[in-house]
Write a protein that binds this ligand. Sequence first.
Ligand SMILES: [Ca+2]
Ligand SMILES: [Ca+2]
Length: 279
Amino acid sequence: MKSRASMFTLLMAVGGLVSTSATAAPPAPAAELRPAAAPAAPSAAFRPGAVASSKETRRKPTEVLPSVVDFLNASFETGTLVNWQFDEGSADVVVVPKNPPDACTQPDMPSDGNFMACMSTGNFYGGAANGGVRTDLTSGPIEFEFKPGNIKISFDVDFQSEESPTSIGHNDAFEARLVTAAGTFPIVQIDTFGRTEPGRGLKVEGFEELAGTLPGCAIKGFRTGMLRVTWSKPFSSVMRTLIARGPVFVEFSVTNQGDDQKTSIACVDNIVIKVTKPE
Ligand SMILES: [Ca+2]
Ligand SMILES: [Ca+2]
């Protein structure tokens, strides 16, 4: 008991010492007061305009702005398929320049810069589709600087086919997908029936109806014309954990349905990927 009491006394003494030493430090508060005493700062703070702007700056941190993912050769402007993957020998995919103008995709494509990528379900571009029915083009690994709360992918595409519109059993198609560690997400399908109905984060600009292919184009059938596809996908916290900083892959394919007859082609360009930090 006695020792406890003496401990208590000791603590009180220490406490007293601490508080004494704290109050015995007058220069610091005095220094802090000095800037506030400057006349310009307080008068600015009390102006109505200044109050409004401080509200604006308070709102800004909650605005989450998307950032563009740095993705090499996203628009094929190297004039090559560098940083894109495909199975050589079982794919028909090439880079098509702006000059001379491509007979099938005028006047809109390439839509960005001087080059685009085009693929076919057969040998239209001088290669050989897988089994004569399918070509896949996959991006290089796409990585993020942070775990995104949302991803937005946009690109331009023109799909053309020798098949008749609304072909059951021969519904040749173009498809775009996002491949991730949390599974594969279909972005859009375009086929002889048209394109995936927009909604659920998908926007397709430029689609009116299937029109005839151009007279100079060796594909005799229909074309969609250039479409601007934008797809936005929010990531749940579970998906964010799985996807983390990537990699993810953007994948395009054209497929012959039913048989290897009547070729379809698709040209893509201007792939832009944006990610947003979670709120
Ligand atoms: Ca381009
Ligand atoms: Ca076909």
